[in-house]
Design a protein around this ligand. Structure first.
Ligand SMILES: C[S@@+](CC[C@H](N)C(=O)[O-])C[C@H]1O[C@@H](n2cnc3c(N)ncnc32)[C@H](O)[C@@H]1O
Length: 303
C-alpha cells in the first residue's frame, strides 16, 4: 500500500481528532493502584503531580507546545494520532506485562536479551521492562511517529536513566529499508496494538518484515484487538485502512501465510480472551461490541 502524504495524513488525523468517540478527559478510572504506583515511582512524581503531568502530555486542549528540554515545537499526543491508545489513556496500561508468559519474557530480558517494541508509541512497555529489572541498553523502540517517543521521554522523565534506543520505522515500508535501520540481532520482538490497524494484506506484509528481523529462537509476541469471529472493522482514523480484526483461526492462517512466504517455521500460540482492561463507560461502548475480544499471540522461530 502506498503511504499517505504527511499533509493528507495530518488533516485526516485532525478530522478524526475532533470526531473520534474515544476521547476521555479523566484518566482516573484507568489508573488502578498498580499503575498509579508504577507511574509515580518510575516518573518520580508526587501523587498530586501525576494527573496534571498526564494531561500535559496528552494535550487534549493544548495543541502545540514548546518542550523546555529540547526547544523543539511538537504536537501533543492526541494531535499526533487520535487513537484510543491516547484518547482513552491506553498508554497508561502495560501491554507487555499482561502477556500470559510475561515472567518468562522478563527473565530473558533481565539476562540481556535484546527486545524491540515495534509500534512502541510513548514507550510505556519499554519502561515497564526497565522498571522490572531489564537493562535498558538492550531495549529498542520503533515507531512511525518520533513525536510519540519524544513525548514519552517527557512523560517518563528518564532521559538520564533510560538508555534504550528509538528508531523511526514505517513497518509497511520495504523490508530491506527496515533491516538497514535496525541492524541489531533481536531476541524478542513485541508488537501490540499495531497489526490491528491494517487490512490483511498489510498485516501479512508487516509480519514478513518482522520475520526478516528475526533469527532462529527469536520470539515475536503481542496483543491486539480481536473478535470472536474475525472480520473487517471501521478505520481507526478517518481515511486510513479498513482493519481486519482476527479470531484465533484467522490469525493463525495469517501467520502461516507469512511463514510460508518467508520459508521459515514457527511455533505459535494464539489466544482470544474477553477484554479486561476496557471499562464499561460510554466511550468504550461506542466502539466495542459483543464480538470484540483481546487477542494474544506468541510465535517462536524454530527454523
Ligand atoms: C494503538 S498504538 C499502540 C502502542 C503500544 N504498542 C501499545 O500497545 O500500547 C499504535 C502505534 O503504532 C504506531 N504505528 C502506526 N503505523 C505504523 C507504521 N506503519 N509503522 C510503525 N509504527 C506504526 C503508531 O504511531 C502508534 O504508536
Amino acid at each position: 500500500m502506498e503511504s499517505q502524504s504527511s499533509a493528507s495524513a495530518s488533516s485526516a488525523h485532525e478530522a478524526s481528532a475532533q470526531s473520534a468517540a474515544w476521547l476521555e478527559s479523566d484518566p482516573s478510572s484507568r489508573l488502578g493502584p498498580e499503575r498509579y504506583k508504577f507511574f509515580t515511582s518510575y516518573c518520580q512524581l508526587a501523587a498530586e503531580e501525576l494527573l496534571p503531568h498526564l494531561h500535559r502530555i496528552v494535550g487534549h486542549v493544548i495543541i502545540l507546545r514548546s518542550s523546555p528540554l529540547t526547544s523543539v515545537k511538537r504536537t501533543a499526543a492526541w494531535k499526533v494520532r487520535p487513537y484510543p491508545y491516547i484518547g482513552q489513556w491506553g498508554f497508561l496500561n502495560s501491554k507487555i506485562a499482561k502477556l500470559p508468559h510475561y515472567s518468562q519474557l522478563l527473565r530473558r530480558a533481565t539476562e540481556g536479551a535484546r527486545v524491540l517494541d515495534m509500534g512502541c508509541g510513548l514507550g510505556q512497555d519499554l519502561r515497564q521492562l526497565a522498571f522490572d529489572g531489564a537493562p535498558s541498553h538492550s531495549l529498542y523502540g520503533a515507531d512511525i511517529e518520533p513525536s510519540f517517543w519524544e513525548l514519552g521521554n517527557d512523560l517518563f522523565r528518564d532521559r538520564d536513566r533510560f538508555h534504550g534506543q528509538f528508531i523511526e520505522i514505517d513497518l509497511l515500508a520495504p523490508a530491506a529499508e527496515i533491516l538497514a535501520r535496525v541492524q541489531v540481532s533481536l531476541d524478542i520482538i513485541h508488537v501490540s496494538g499495531v497489526l490491528h490497524l491494517w487490512d490483511q494484506y498489510s498485516q501479512t506484509k508487516a509480519i514478513r518484515t518482522l520475520v526478516t528481523l528475526s533469527k532462529t529462537g527469536t520470539e515475536i509476541c503481542g496483543s491486539q484487538m480481536g473478535r470472536a469471529t474475525g472480520s473487517a472493522a471501521p478505520p481507526w482514523i478517518q481515511g486510513s485502512q479498513v482493519p481486519f480484526l482476527h479470531d484465533r483461526n484467522t490469525f493463525r492462517a495469517l501467520w502461516d501465510e507469512a511463514a510460508r512466504q518467508s520459508k521459515t517455521r514457527w511455533d505459535i500460540e494464539v489466544n482470544i480472551t474477553e477484554l479486561k482492561y476496557i471499562l464499561s463507560g460510554k466511550t468504550d461502548k461506542d466502539w466495542i461490541n459483543e464480538n470484540t475480544r483481546q487477542l494474544w499471540f506468541r510465535a517462536t522461530r524454530v527454523e
